[in-house]
Design a protein around this ligand. Structure first.
Ligand code: NDP
Length: 464
């Protein structure tokens, strides 16, 4: 029998890789984990965690102005970008430490190098002079921002990797894209007082979400001062002489002045230069590792989890896939990752929380769809004098009464979507929602007090 250096070698120290490495290590397996950058991956270092901290930072101006209606006088305020960046850095360093500690406690060996596969069982640790062998290999190297390198001046643009650590807060920014990252950063910069323009190539930002969500969030973002330019593409970015650093040309003939241009146009799997071809691992056209329903690649002993497989680019999905991988590969208990009904939030301002089908999707699959919808001003905004409204919406199969989708726009929408996710996963019917006691006064109580349909979609056509 061949003897390998490790039972499992994990490539990538992000959400998926760390979970798998820690679980296998704590089972007594001999585990090595290579990470060339910082432990924690995109989520901790330059994604979810710092993003949410910046969202909080950007919301204070609204809190300050809302305070007046509640009797408070807030004194002089100023914002220090470098302090935010430094405090964010301290927090992600703390989390990075916890990830490392978890691996150390599990006796998983951390190897701070880039790993390149030489064959299905052999990994070169670049720069260390070491080559190691493993019985099982897990690829969990995540993704990286896609940059449109065909666009003249693309080298003057930044990505979500750069945006957290800008030396100074720009006075103006143009953000390209209409997905999660573009919309979230538009809210952050606008909240911090930066003149913000979002340029999106399609008709409607966030168009993959329920139409109420994308319509209302677009209106609210515009109301808060973000300029959203739709059906426009950036054709070139050039250095400028005036007050702003850059001139941004659009295909509608407009030229925008901005200090920074952020490209947020999707993320691509990190499979380049990893020697996957040496091991015979098959990749899809988008560069992602092709895996079966258990996360096994085309090579028997090589598995892949997380963004590298481009199933759903979300941290909890990577963690779940890693846990299923451990069950399947090391516990003789094959478990398929379950990608149904993933709750998700967009930390836009206002926030989106959603799980299940949009109204449009439901109308394609069901002949009798009921929509329950409440659009109201949350209590907190009354004394604040804020006009921002909230949306709660249920999409229901009128025949079976099954709740197909639940959507929220407004404060704590993500928190609500997490809990709504449990109800939908448990196959809750509209009757279950109706017989749940309301918690008053709350915004979430709307979900159990929308007794009559706002309208119906019969064979895809709206009635009522
Ligand atoms: P998204 O896929 O959400 O959005 C990409 C956007 O870029 C779309 O609006 C797309 O337009 C547009 N686009 C794509 N290619 C081009 C191009 N060549 N020129 C102009 N526009 C283009 O990707 P993000 O980068 O925003 O985020 C990546 C992923 O990370 C998300 O899909 C999500 O899974 C995850 N994420 C999750 C977050 C959360 O959970 N809150 C937060 C941030 C990221 P079109 O729609 O027309 O194709």
């Amino acid at each position: 029998m061949t003897s390998y250096d490790y039972d499992l070698f994990v490539i990538g120290g992000g959400s998926g890789g760390v979970r798998a490495g820690r679980l296998a290590g704590s089972m007594g397996k001999r585990v090595g984990l290579a990470e060339e950058f910082r432990m924690g991956g995109t989520c901790v270092i330059r994604g979810c965690v710092p993003k949410k901290l910046y969202v909080y930072a950007s919301q204070f101006p609204e809190h300050f102005s809302d305070a007046a209606g509640y009797g408070w006088t807030v004194g002089e305020r100023s914002f220090d970008w470098s302090r935010l960046v430094a405090n964010k850095e301290a927090e992600i360093t703390r989390l990075e430490g916890l990830y490392t500690k978890g691996l150390n406690n599990a006796k998983t060996e951390i190897l701070p190098y880039r790993a390149v596969l030489k064959d299905a069982h052999t990994v070169e640790l670049v720069g260390s002079g070491k080559t190691v062998t493993a019985e099982t290999v897990l690829i969990a190297t995540g993704g990286r921002p896609f940059m449109d390198e065909t666009m003249p001046g693309h080298e003057l643009c930044i990505s979500s990797n750069d945006v957290f650590d800008l030396k100074t807060l720009p006075k103006s920014i143009v953000i390209q894209g209409g997905g999660y990252i573009a919309v979230e950063f538009a809210g952050i910069f606008n909240g911090l007082g930066v003149n913000t323009t979002l340029v999106y190539r399609g008709k409607q930002i966030l168009h993959r979400f329920d139409s109420d969500l994308y319509r209302l969030v677009s209106e609210a973002m515009a109301e808060k001062g973000i300029r959203i330019v739709t059906e426009a593409q950036i054709t070139a970015v050039a250095q400028a002489q005036g007050e702003s650093r850059l001139a941004v040309s659009l295909d509608n003939g407009e030229v925008l002045a901005a200090d920074q241009v952020l490209q947020a146009i999707g993320r691509v799997p990190n499979t380049r230069g990893m020697g996957l071809e040496n091991a015979g691992v098959k990749l899809a056209a988008d560069g992602s590792v092709i895996v079966d329903e258990y996360s096994r690649s085309s090579v028997k002993n090589i598995w892949a989890v997380g963004d590298i497989t481009n199933r759903a680019q979300l941290t909890p999905v990577a963690i779940h896939e890693a846990m299923c991988f451990i069950e399947t590969a090391f516990k003789n208990n094959p478990v398929r990752p379950d990608h149904e009904l993933i709750p998700t939030a967009v930390f836009s301002q206002p926030e989106i929380g959603t799980v299940g089908m949009s109204e449009e999707e439901a109308a394609k699959h069901y002949t009798n769809v009921e929509i329950y919808r409440a659009h109201f001003r949350p209590m907190r905004n009354t004394l604040a004098g804020r006009q921002d409204k909230m949306l709660t919406k249920l999409v229901v199969d009128g025949d079976s009464r099954k709740v197909l989708g639940a959507h929220v726009l407004g404060p704590d929408a993500g928190e609500m979507a997490q809990l709504l996710g449990i109800a939908l996963k448990a196959n809750a019917s509209k009757d279950d929602f109706d017989r749940t006691m309301a918690l008053h006064p709350s915004a979430a109580e709307e979900f159990v007090t929308m007794y009559t349909p706002s309208y119906r979609l019969v064979n895809g056509m709206r009635e009522g």
